[in-house]
Design a protein around this ligand. Structure first.
Ligand SMILES: [Zn+2]
Length: 293
């Protein structure tokens, strides 16, 4: 499943390829993905120009010149590709996911300049919707979502606020999309290692008695932002065949300190710990029990 850095990588690729492009027509090949496609979907897109490509959590937001926004989520196995001509010359394969079997090409956007943007999704856990720009924040996709960890205002105070009132462990709090949106399992493990914090520590211990962020909260916020930013820089992680807009495999998995490194030595200089794996709520947690407290 694409995590935030992969989706941000796709966003950058899409931005370079489709901003300014006019939509000539849209082929909708089935009525639904995870949810129903919006009413009169092809007609509402035809004739529109893409004015910007944004991201909120793991959703891509293609702003259109009539004030509507095409909301796209890649789900578990969704991918986007941009091609042109009869021979489908690839211009950008934006998250390869599970493949490009044409049977799973569910929506094809034809641009006036002859290029095509195809949404492929074998498992159909993804979605597409049309929402007015002014209604995005209150829409069903975003109303419940927490803070954006790469936003400029995500600091230790914001983290403390997001964790207020929780009794759960730190890792569970980091993965709770209602508190912070878009941090997945890999990046939660890596950020906790960098911040030298145990995944089992109670999230509430990052707040002082007076409700202020502790030094640990400042360490964690810096670690989360650094891990995500570095992953975006190298195009995400390629555990599931992630391919950036230029066809380069994402390379962040070469930098994992603990994720998927069970029984290997902790890479922190001066730490002699061995990376452990535990399973919490069905997800693997990788951590160093010596330096993460
Ligand atoms: Zn260690």
């Amino acid at each position: 499943m694409p995590e935030l850095p992969e989706v941000e990588t796709v966003r950058r690729g899409l931005e370079a390829l489709v901003v300014g492009a006019s939509i000539a027509r849209v082929e909708q090949r089935r009525p639904d993905l995870r949810i129903a496609l919006p009413p009169r979907f092809p007609r509402r897109l035809a004739g529109r120009t893409v004015t910007a490509v944004d991201r909120r959590a793991k959703y891509l937001l293609l702003h259109l010149d009539d004030g509507e926004v095409l909301v796209v989520h890649l789900g578990m196995s969704g991918s986007l590709r941009v091609e042109e001509g009869a021979h489908a010359t690839g211009l950008g394969e934006l998250y390869r996911g599970a493949g490009k079997d044409a049977r799973h090409d569910h929506v094809v956007v034809h641009f006036a300049d002859g290029r095509r943007l195809t949404y492929n999704d074998p498992r159909r856990f993804g979605l597409m919707d049309l929402v007015r720009a002014e209604d995005l924040a209150t829409s069903r996709h975003f109303a419940h979502l927490g803070r954006e960890p790469l936003a400029d205002d995500f600091d230790a105070a914001a983290l403390t606020e997001a964790f207020s009132g929780t009794r759960v462990a730190l890792k569970a709090a980091l993965l709770d999309q209602r508190r912070i949106a878009g941090i997945g399992n890999i990046y939660a493990c890596e950020a906790l290692w960098r911040a030298r914090l145990s995944p089992d520590r109670k999230a509430a211990t990052l707040v002082t008695r007076r409700g202020l962020p502790s030094a640990r909260a400042r360490r964690l916020v810096a670690a989360v932002r650094a891990v995500l930013a570095e992953a975006v820089e190298v195009g995400g992680s390629s555990l599931r065949d992630h391919v950036g807009a230029d066809g380069e495999l994402g390379a962040f998995q070469n930098r994992f300190a603990v994720y998927d490194r069970e029984d290997e030595p902790c890479p922190r200089r001066s730490c002699r710990g061995i990376v452990h794996r535990t399973v919490q709520a069905g997800r693997s947690t990788f951590f160093c029990p010596v330096c993460q407290r």
